[in-house]
Write a protein that binds this ligand. Structure first.
Ligand SMILES: [Zn+2]
Length: 58
């Protein structure tokens, strides 16, 4: 699954979430994407990475 990078508009915290496309759309629509640090939902989507699914070490 892709990893989505976000940046909090409130405190500047950068964080990432690994979500499927429908999960991400649903969470964004509901405003459920939240900063893990200050719990603000004022987050900006910065970029996405697909490395999460290929960078397996098992
Ligand atoms: Zn924050």
């Amino acid at each position: 699954m892709p990893e989505y990078m976000y940046k909090c508009q409130s405190c500047g915290e950068a964080f990432s979430l690994i979500l499927s496309l429908p999960e991400r759309a649903e969470k964004e629509r509901r405003g459920e994407i939240q900063c893990p640090k200050c719990k603000s939902t004022e987050v900006e989507h910065t970029m996405e990475s697909f490395y999460a699914k290929t960078d397996r070490k098992s």
